[in-house]
Write a protein that binds this ligand. Structure first.
Ligand SMILES: Nc1ncnc2c1ncn2[C@@H]1O[C@H](COP(=O)(O)OP(=O)(O)OP(=O)(O)O)[C@@H](O)[C@H]1O
Length: 240
């Protein structure tokens, strides 16, 4: 049986001041090699779930394990953040260095890589994402789509064991969308992808999950290629 990269059991989170828990007794297992899509309505708690998995929010109840260990306290989450790459829903939460190269090299340097090697790694990843020539661009002046791809570069440069992608296709033009699909299809890194873009999920994930009443609803045996009705219901308003 495949080992789990991460597993969540009975995780509950209620925002301060809210009456109801947005995540409510949630169970989720992410096995090695997983490529899971998470498609659920606005406000159902998808981003909250990612923030809980990264330790950016602390659950009121539940147990989380990552890479074979129970995650407890800040020390545990530091290890999680080293090995799990979160692409934030808003690229402005991700990017903070003046130039693109510095931003992409920051993660590897933070993991202990020397400056020269980190910059080399950053150039490689930028090239893989079709971003060669962006090295010296001023990060905050990039377009929305460019910021999203540079954000992905900052995540991939850290060679994560698990990718958590929060609506990665927002703002991407058709060619960039296709490039992102190709990059993810060529990558073996396990992933959990939040998206409202059904076509994208179909390309880069192998199973679909939803979030209802604060719990993960497993794919109910419905596999992506049998999901024609989702198209008809217009779950994805985008056309590529
Ligand atoms: N900091 C916060 N304080 C209070 N409530 C919050 C906070 N952040 C999110 N919420 C609420 O928690 C619920 C879930 O939000 P979340 O962003 O996790 O949803 P989502 O499924 O990612 O939505 P979307 O598809 O719109 O991105 C929403 O009702 C939201 O208003």
């Amino acid at each position: 049986m495949a080992k789990n990269l991460m597993s969540l059991s009975g995780i509950t989170y209620r925002y301060p001041g809210d009456r109801e828990a947005v995540i409510n007794g949630l169970d989720l297992a992410i096995p090695e090699g997983a490529a899971m899509g998470l498609i659920a309505p606005n406000g159902s708690g998808k981003t909250t779930l990612f923030h809980l998995m990264m330790g950016l929010l602390k659950p009121q109840a539940g147990v989380m394990t990552a890479f074979g260990r129970k995650v407890a306290g800040e020390k545990g989450f530091r290890e999680v953040r080293r090995r799990v790459g979160l692409l934030f829903q808003d690229a402005d939460d991700q990017l903070f260095s003046p130039t693109v190269l510095e931003d992409v090299a920051f993660g590897p340097m933070n993991l202990g890589m020397g400056r020269h090697e980190a910059r080399k790694k950053a150039r490689e990843v930028l090239s893989e994402l079709g971003l060669s020539g962006y090295e010296d661009r001023i990060t905050f002046r990039l377009s929305g789509g460019e910021k999203r791809m540079v954000s992905l570069a900052t995540v991939l440069a850290m060679e994560p064991d698990l990718l958590l992608l929060d609506e990665p296709t927002t703002g991407l033009d058709h060619d960039t969308w296709k490039r992102l699909v190709a990059v993810l299809q060529a990558s073996k890194v396990a992933r959990l992808v939040i998206s409202h873009d059904f076509e994208f999920l179909e390309q880069v994930t192998g199973s679909l999950h939803s979030l209802e009443g604060g719990k993960i609803v497993m794919d109910r045996g419905l596999h992506l290629h049998q999901h024609a009705h989702v198209h008809q219901h217009g779950a994805n308003p985008h056309h590529h």
